[in-house]
Design a protein around this ligand. Sequence first.
Ligand code: HGY
Ligand code: MN
Ligand code: MN
Length: 420
Amino acid sequence: MTFSQMWAELAPIGRDADTGGYRRAGWTPAFREAEQWFWDACRVRDLAIENDTIGNVVAWWRPDPMVRSPGVVTGSHLDSVPDGGAFDGPLGIVSALAAVDTLRSQGFSPVRPIGIAMFVEEEGSRFGMPCLGSRLATGVLDPAKALALRDRDGVGLAEAYARAHIGMDPAEFGGSDITTMAEVFVELHVEQGRWLVDPPEGRTQSVGVATAIWPHGRWRLEFGGRADHAGTTRMEDRADPLVTAAFTALAANKQARVGGARATMGRLEIDPGATNAVPERVRAWLDVRAADQATVDAVVAAVMGQAEERANRDGTTFGATAESLSPLVEFDVGLADRLAHVVGHAIGDGSPAPLLPTAAGHDAGILAAAGVPTAMLFVRNPTGISHSPAEHADLDDCEAGVEALAAVLADLAGNSRGGA
Ligand code: HGY
Ligand code: MN
Ligand code: MN
């Protein structure tokens, strides 16, 4: 089955007919259908499928099917942000399957096992914790803290597993040996910016290699006010939390521009949400990212301070909770350089593939932080847009990505039959 055929099978799963965006939040029926597609694709390839107690999956191509040993792992995620793009996550999974097919068609047989991984809830769209599956699997997230998470409907993680008919024992939850089984991890991902489309050094290519992931974090902001009547309450008598929240959004935008950072408030909850009532409370989420931690910290501190001041003026209350923090990830320089040369020879003119940072978080960042030698390949996205139905990668660039990944896996896993 070609990349295109696999893509055509997976693409309709979880796509919103009106917007063309994807709704595959963790453990929802759409996610489970995409997960089932992945399991079937692994089965037809006789891969040895393993899942940990969290639901992360690694499907292995082993030199000796009877010997379970660490190896080279590639893969990504199948969940999406609400109304997300088709490529963010799935491109890495489908490309991994296609790369295995390519290597097999070339008569390649790995010396080291090759695993294809699918991590759950990478976007954190349902439970608010990005890279939930890989953070649990690498031990950086306490299972008890994860089990205490609630989705927007108040459903907890254990309940989400039960509703998805997934047996999960809370006492066992969180166990995984991914950090010992993955001797190296390479994630192929659609680029979520325009570096490969109009690169600073002017040489564009279908595939680039990651150097770093910017530090970033998410904060939950709580604004408290006093519910009152929209008509009978004089403006000077109000304690309106939405006014403080709106000011905070403007402050975040300004501080990010001034500080060379990126700040986003893309999610807002207003209670009780009546057209004719001053709100009681507002909850908002702030996402801040920058090339260095000091800038992230400075922007966040400025925004929080200004929000506090404004709340005093508005007679409202303000509180903030850090929901997830992701420090700077600098990928293994030697590995990135090696893969840039492998990719350059596989799909380019022999010169190394471009090296580029990203401000998007990935499971690869979590594994790298856990000490697994890790790299990322980015496939050109002509729109430069992501977390949107407009996200795109041309078929010839996707196929170049498969070729590049196949060459990288061959380089890292070694060929017991020579050649390829
Ligand atoms: O939010 C991110 O950067 C990633 O897409 N999870
Ligand atoms: Mn994403
Ligand atoms: Mn992603």
